[in-house]
Structure formats: structure tokens, C-alpha cells
Design a protein around this ligand. Structure first.
Ligand SMILES: Cc1ncc(COP(=O)(O)O)c(C=O)c1O
Length: 383
């Protein structure tokens, strides 16, 4: 394990519980059963949690596959000593094909040109190299569209140094039953096309967290959850209503975001706070300053909306969040002083604030809240 992050003078940090991550991985693996490989998605620096440490913890927990976006992220994991298979879910850039092979990364492919480049790289090395074919079944993002699938199959058949190990698609709305069914049907058709070319990939995968949680018919023999592993369960919908047919998995949030009060001040009635004086005190108040701001990833949309936890009580964010500082109203919390611990995301006493709450205030998704916690915030790894 890496040495503890050096104690900084600026007391704002994120605590990442590798124990919680491993717990979540085990829960997901039990949920899908031993016959289904869980490819733990650790792209985007493991959704802001730190890919190297998370990948090591996941590998130690039994993960045989890790999912990243491209070769740079895969390379960083190999440099961290990761031995598990690494799936490049966004493929590779032209010119990276030799690195893909030398670092033993498994690329998604969806165009004849990618197949040609990899075939040549594999031929140069005298190996037969595994690839996963990505099919666009309705998200309109990456993947071969159905009408181009025969040409891609021909390219694969004509590439003796490539082995089609997997076929995959990505669901655009796994949380909504009807949207998911259309993509699933299209994916079945795509597999029939592959079979007609004599291509029988042994790994078939489409499930992200939502589908891993509640759509067993999408699991096939391989699932690719991300958010679920970090402790957040997507909600599933049927006909506009959250379904109760899927028991939630007892995953735990892996990351807690903390800081400490650096100053507490009295503010008289009528005092404007922060840039633009968007908050004006209606009573004599005690206002605490926190050394965290939007440059740390605390979204400005939480200004005058969000809350933090101090001494086991909620304290509302008042005024505009600035680049390095945020003000909270601690008038109703007895005994608050400089140096007190503050929870920005996490649980303290009976109170909890999570990335879903932040996302609701910011009109975004918990993914973005977690990924946005900036590099200025050191990650401390705890079990
Ligand atoms: C191809 C692919 N698979 C799996 C995932 C994991 O998604 P989630 O975090 O919703 O489980 C992603 C994330 O966007 C993805 O792009």
C-alpha cells in the first residue's frame, strides 16, 4: 500500500475506504454469481477515488478484469503493478496499437481500421491477440452500427492474429426498462450476425451498474459496474415509477470528503456574506469559514443550497462558494470553534450528506460530483 498522504497545512482531504470498496465488490460478485465476471470500472481515476489504489484493492478482492477508458489509464495501472486484465472501453488512438499490445491491454474495437492496425501489430509480434467488439445498439455513441456490422465481421475474419474474445454494448438508459429492452433485442441480433460469420466470442457484456443491480437478463457472463462499486445504487424505473421489485444492494459510499473550520466569526443582522452578498443575515449569526471551494470541486451551485456536517449537526452553506473558501452558518450549533472537523460528503453522527444530494442541487449526476473532486484534495486511504 502507498504511504499515507503527507499531512498538509490546508486541512481538506478525501478519505477513501478501500475496505468499503472491497465490500461493495464482494456484494456485487455474490449478487451476479460466480459464473459472471465482474469487470470493475476504474476509469477517470476510479471516479475520482484514485485508480491505482482502488485497482490494487479490487484486484486483491478478486477482480480479474478492470475497465478504463483508454491506453493512458491502462498504462498507469500496469505501472502500478496491476496484473488483472484491463479492458479499454473507448478503444485506442491510431498509433497506440503497439503500446496496447506491449502493456497487455484489451481494446474495444468497432471499425475496420482499428482491426487492421491491431492485426498488423499482432503479426509483428507473432501473437494472436484478444479484442472485444463494441456494438452500438441504440446509444449512438461508440460502437459499430448494425448496418456496418457485416463489414467489421469480415475484417475480423480476415485477421488471423486477432481473436474475438468479447462482444459488448453500452446501455443508454439501463434504469428504464423499455429503453433497455430495445437495446437488448438489438444486441441479440448483433450476436446472430456474428454467428453467421462463424464468430463466437466467449464473453458477452452489456451491463453497467443499473443493469448489474436489477436486470439479470443483461448479465450474460460479464458485467461492467462502476458507480455501484463506489457505493451508489442507481434507481430503476418502470413506467415512470421507481420499481420495488429489485432489492437494493447494501453498498456503502467509499469516499468521505472532509475539511476543518479555519475561522469562526460573528456577523451582525444585515451582514452580506461572500461575493455578490447573495446571503444577508437575518439574525445575529456565527459564520464559519471552510478552506474548500470550487477549485477543490465543491460545485458553486451548492451556494446557499448545500449543507455540511459540524459536530453532528447540519450547517447550511451561506453565500457564494468561492475558489478556495466556503462559509457555513453555525449559529445553531453549540460550541463550534476553529479546528472543528467538517464533513462535506459522508456520515457523521445521525447526519449524512452524499453525492446524490449534491447532484440534486447541481442538476447533475453523482458521477460528476465524485469525478469533480479535484487533484488539490489529497486522497487518504483507510480500510
Ligand atoms: C462502456 C462502459 N461500461 C460501463 C460503465 C460503468 O457505468 P456505471 O458507472 O453506470 O456502472 C461505463 C461508464 O460510463 C461505460 O462507459
Amino acid at each position: 500500500m502507498e504511504p499515507e498522504v503527507r499531512q498538509r497545512t490546508r486541512p481538506t482531504w478525501a478519505e477513501v475506504s478501500l475496505g468499503a470498496l472491497q465490500h461493495n465488490f464482494h456484494l456485487v460478485q455474490q449478487h451476479v454469481g460466480a459464473g459472471v465476471a465482474v469487470c470493475a470500472v476504474v476509469k477517470a481515476d476510479a471516479y475520482g477515488h484514485g485508480a491505482r489504489m482502488c485497482a490494487r484493492a479490487l484486484e486483491a478482492a478478486g477482480a480479474c478484469w478492470l475497465g478504463v477508458t483508454g491506453p493512458d489509464e491502462g498504462d498507469a495501472l500496469r505501472n502500478a503493478g496491476i496484473k488483472a486484465r484491463i479492458l479499454l472501453m473507448t478503444g485506442f488512438w491510431r498509433g497506440e496499437e503497439d503500446d496496447v499490445l506491449s502493456r497487455d491491454l484489451t481494446p474495444a474495437v468497432w471499425e475496420p481500421e482499428q482491426i487492421t492496425l491491431l492485426q498488423q501489430a499482432a503479426l509483428r509480434r507473432g501473437v494472436v491477440y484478444p479484442v472485444h467488439l463494441k456494438v452500438d445498439t441504440g446509444m449512438g455513441r461508440l460502437g459499430v452500427p448494425m448496418e456496418d456490422l457485416p463489414a467489421v465481421c469480415e475484417a475480423l475474419v480476415a485477421s488471423p492474429n486477432l481473436r474475438l474474445e468479447g462482444v459488448m454494448t453500452h446501455l443508454g438508459a439501463s434504469e428504464i426498462m423499455e429503453a433497455m429492452q430495445g437495446q437488448k433485442a438489438c444486441f441479440e441480433e448483433a450476436q446472430a450476425v456474428l454467428h453467421s460469420f462463424g464468430l463466437y466470442p466467449e464473453l458477452v457484456h452489456m451491463a453497467n451498474s443499473g443493469a448489474t443491480l436489477g436486470r439479470p437478463d443483461t448479465w450474460k457472463n460479464f458485467v461492467r459496474p462502476g458507480l455501484l462499486l463506489y457505493g451508489y445504487s442507481p434507481q430503476l424505473w418502470r413506467g415512470g415509477k421507481v420499481t420495488d421489485e429489485v432489492p437494493p444492494l447494501a453498498v456503502q459510499p467509499v469516499l468521505e470528503w472532509k475539511t476543518r473550520i479555519i475561522s469562526v466569526k460573528r456577523a451582525a443582522v444585515g451582514q452580506g456574506l461572500g461575493y455578490g452578498r447573495t446571503f444577508v443575515t437575518a439574525r445575529s449569526s456565527r459564520i464559519a469559514a471552510l478552506p474548500v471551494g470550487y477549485a477543490d470541486g465543491l460545485n458553486r451551485a451548492l451556494s446557499n443550497r448545500g449543507r455540511v456536517i459540524v459536530r453532528g449537526h447540519y450547517a447550511p452553506i451561506v453565500g457564494m462558494i468561492s475558489m478556495d473558501l466556503t462559509l457555513v452558518d453555525v449559529t445553531d450549533i453549540p460550541g463550534v470553534e476553529a479546528g472543528d472537523d467538517v464533513t462535506l460528503l459522508g456520515r457523521s453522527g445521525a447526519c449524512a450528506v452524499d453525492a446524490v444530494e449534491h447532484a440534486a442541487h447541481c442538476a447533475t449526476v453523482p458521477y460528476e460530483i465524485l469525478c469533480a473532486i479535484s487533484k488539490r484534495v489529497p486522497r487518504k486511504y483507510v480500510d
